[in-house]
Design a protein around this ligand. Sequence first.
Ligand SMILES: C[S@@+](CC[C@H](N)C(=O)[O-])C[C@H]1O[C@@H](n2cnc3c(N)ncnc32)[C@H](O)[C@@H]1O
Length: 269
Amino acid sequence: MKPKEELGKEIRNYYSSIALSENRKSCCTPLSQTGTCFTNLDMSDDYSEKPGYEELADLGLGCGTPVDFAGIKPGNMVLDIGSGAGNDCFIAARESGANGKVIGLDMTPEMISLSKRNAGKLNIDNVEFLFGEAESIPLTNNSIDVVISNCVLNLVIDKAKAYSEIYRVLKPGGRISISDTVSVKTLPDEIKRIAAYHSACISGAAEEQEYLEIILNAGFENLEIRKRKVFEIPNEYLGQYLPENEISKDVTFKMYSLTITAEKPAIKD
Ligand SMILES: C[S@@+](CC[C@H](N)C(=O)[O-])C[C@H]1O[C@@H](n2cnc3c(N)ncnc32)[C@H](O)[C@@H]1O
């Protein structure tokens, strides 16, 4: 595995090129030597019928529909970690309404600029976009009702730190609804060492049990898996980065995308 700073830079470059690309409706733009797109294979879910959906903010980068399980109420303060172009934020903003607010947090400056431009074009004023990292959320303790996130925590190297930050900013009784990739078993080293696989939400994914324990160890309760999707990584995709003789012909790498919900315990009288 690469050092944290180096990997962070590569992830930022990857998402920066997507934000700056003319043809943004594809997560594979920076990986397009062969025209193969991994994430659009089967990871992103269709939100297009939901109130608040805005096509210009949908870059096909998600792996679930966390807003569907978030239980956002009018007046809620919502935080979206790794907000990208604002796709989930605009849908959540419709639910939290004029008396609520959605904060989108992202560590890629070009994504923050794109999401702000999108909010301006759409005239949406109950959404704010903040530059920052999941491992060090620039918000005060106990200030958020609901945290959502779509296909981001797998990219974070210190997932325990990110989940403890999410716990810190949530109000007691607050909820999380998070879609993310998890691996079925430990991924082969040849996949882990390629940064592009990390940026494409594959090799940074934790094993499912380990991932669920990180959430429980952060202090969350009532953890539930609300949706599970299995997807396979085809050998043609791996072949973009690996020499032919390193691709195992008889192995298909399976991964899951999970959408989980959980709560920060309420203060008891
Ligand atoms: C796979 S994209 C998902 C974007 C968005 N959630 C969506 O569904 O369209 C990952 C996003 O998370 C951001 N990101 C990656 N690591 C992050 C971190 N540690 N803290 C905050 N944002 C991060 C990236 O810049 C990128 O915009």
